[in-house]
Each structure stands twice: as C-alpha cells, then as structure tokens.
Design a protein around this ligand. Sequence first.
Ligand SMILES: Cc1cc2nc3c(=O)[nH]c(=O)nc-3n(C[C@H](O)[C@H](O)[C@H](O)COP(=O)(O)OP(=O)(O)OC[C@H]3O[C@@H](n4cnc5c(N)ncnc54)[C@H](O)[C@@H]3O)c2cc1C
Length: 310
Amino acid sequence: MVVRQAFNLVSRNDAVKRIATNAPLTRDVVRRFVAGERTSDAVRVAGELAGAGLRCTLSYLSEDVTDVAQVSAVVDQYRRLIAALEDADLTDRAELSIKLGAIGQALPDSDADQITLQNATAICEAADKVGMTATVDMEEHETVEATLSTVRQLRQRFDWLGVALQADLMRTEDDCRALSYAGSRVRLCKGAYRATEGCHQTKQDIDLAFVRCLKILMAGGGFPMIATHDPRMIEITSAVAVRHDRERSSYELQMLYGVRPDEQKRLASLGERVRVYVPYGADWYPWLVRRMAERPANLMLLLKSIGVPG
Ligand SMILES: Cc1cc2nc3c(=O)[nH]c(=O)nc-3n(C[C@H](O)[C@H](O)[C@H](O)COP(=O)(O)OP(=O)(O)OC[C@H]3O[C@@H](n4cnc5c(N)ncnc54)[C@H](O)[C@@H]3O)c2cc1C
C-alpha cells in the first residue's frame, strides 16, 4: 500500500479511527508516543524521564474543544496534573504545554478570546503557586495572532510563560525578533500544520527558515527551546550556541516522547538540557495521526497493529 493511501485511510476513515481508538491503550505503537490516558500515567512518565536525566513538558490531549463544559474539564485536568506533580515532587523537572484551542480559542462564542485568557490565567495561577512553568503550543496559522496576543497579556503576570513559534510560517522570523528579549521563552519548531499561504512549502525552505529563526533567538537575550528531531538542526543548534558563547543552561533541546529516545538520553549525557514533550489523555487519536503523517514508517506500524493489511 502506498504511503499516501495509508495516511488517507488513517486520517479520514471512521472505521479505522473506531478500531484504533477502541483498542486498549496497551498497544505498543500508541504507548510509544502517548504516556497514557490518566493523570497518573503522565506523572509516572515524568518520573521515568527525570530518572533518565530528562526534563518534560506535559500536554493534556484535547483539540478544538467547542463546548464550554469540555473547556472547563480541560482546565480541571491541568489543575489535577499540577497537584499530582507537586505530590510526586516533580515540579522542578516538569512543565506544562497548553493548547489554547482546548481551553476556549475554538469556542464559537464572540468572547472566545476572553474565555481563553481567563482559563489560561487559571492554569498559570495554579502552576505559579508550585513554581512550575508552561509553554503555549502554536496551532493552525489562523490562530497565531490571537495566540501571541493572549501570551503577551499573560506574560504581564506570568513572565515565565513560553510560546511556540513555527518556522514554516514566513512571519516567524519577525516574531522571533520581537520575542528574543531577556526573560522571553520561545519554543522553535518547524510547524505541524502546513498552511497554503504565508508558509514555506518545501523541506529545504523550511529548514533554512528554521536556521534563520534559530540564529535570531540564540543571538537574543531570551531562552530558546529548540524543538526538533532533525540531526542536522540539532548539530547547528549546538554550533550556533557556541558561536554566541551560550552556556548549556541558557537554552534547551526538545523532542517528542517516543521519538529518538536514545538520542534524547545521549544528548543529556553530553550535558545538553533536554526536555521531552509528553502527551497524555483519552483524545490521543488526532495527535497520533499527525505524528504518523510526519513519519510514514510509524504509520505502517500503526496500521499493522490494528490489523489493517499493508
Ligand atoms: C517538543 C516539540 C514541541 C512541538 N510543538 C509544536 C507546536 O507547538 N506547534 C507545531 O505546529 N508543531 C510542534 N511540534 C512539531 C514540529 O513542528 C514538527 O512537526 C515535528 O517536530 C517534525 O519536525 P522535525 O523538526 O522533527 O524534523 P523533520 O523535518 O520532520 O525530520 C527531519 C529529520 O529528523 C529525524 N526525525 C524526524 N522525525 C523522526 C522520527 N519520528 N523518528 C526518527 N527520526 C526522526 C529524521 O532524521 C528526519 O529526516 C513540536 C515538536 C517537538 C519536538
């Protein structure tokens, strides 16, 4: 089966989605990329990573939440997670990753931005009380302006709050310049939601844009969080950091849970600060499909595991 057909099958076919999401979360392929469905799973994985010398950022999986009750449930999940991390004495190793689309931005209400700000404030207040930090994920390109505006408002009270920027968007070099001041925390990634306009399209153009953004952030006074599995980008990150006399504690490398785990440990053993993005929660299917799209070998693994012939 060709890869494109396989991806279409997984992302659009309801039967495949039903089989995949009803399968117990014991399947190796899902467990590899998702900590589990419960808070306790997230805390367990955070502890395992801490034991291996790795930091983590925990993300409760819940996308495009268009219902106020669901939004409140997501905020409660984060509160529960923060309390459990405090109980497990992991608040200095773990931070939170928050998708604004899950806490109000995707609501049809005219005051969606206000609701998002209130909910993000509630999560940040809970994190702040236990000395934790958080980073706001970047989602579809239509949401970039609203996300940056919400983060700007939140940072007036929570100056530790970070935000992700997507190198594939042409605007991002300017955003990096605007956000490279002392105290700022920016996660640079290539971008997982390809836009048709205002967006670099080829891998080469995206990689070049990523390096330009990386250089801007490393030259600035903020704390760059470089999120990539790409060996070339990681090599360039180390070289650019050296060129700017940056100590290793002044930036960090980030990778996804289950992706190049040996490399995560190897980099940490060399003295790099490495943080692993750990997703958890019942709504893991869209997350997994995005990861599959990035890596066709993983897609074939998923299809096989749910019994679809390759
Ligand atoms: C910590 C973290 C946070 C992120 N947050 C966001 C966000 O907020 N918003 C957003 O849009 N996107 C986010 N992303 C996703 C990101 O934008 C990319 O879609 C994703 O990381 C793939 O790009 P890449 O840089 O790893 O390299 P790619 O260009 O996908 O791959 C380049 C090379 O990296 C290696 N590689 C890549 N994937 C794998 C793999 N699965 N297994 C083994 N080797 C691999 C291979 O050598 C490959 O040739 C995040 C990614 C990470 C790591």
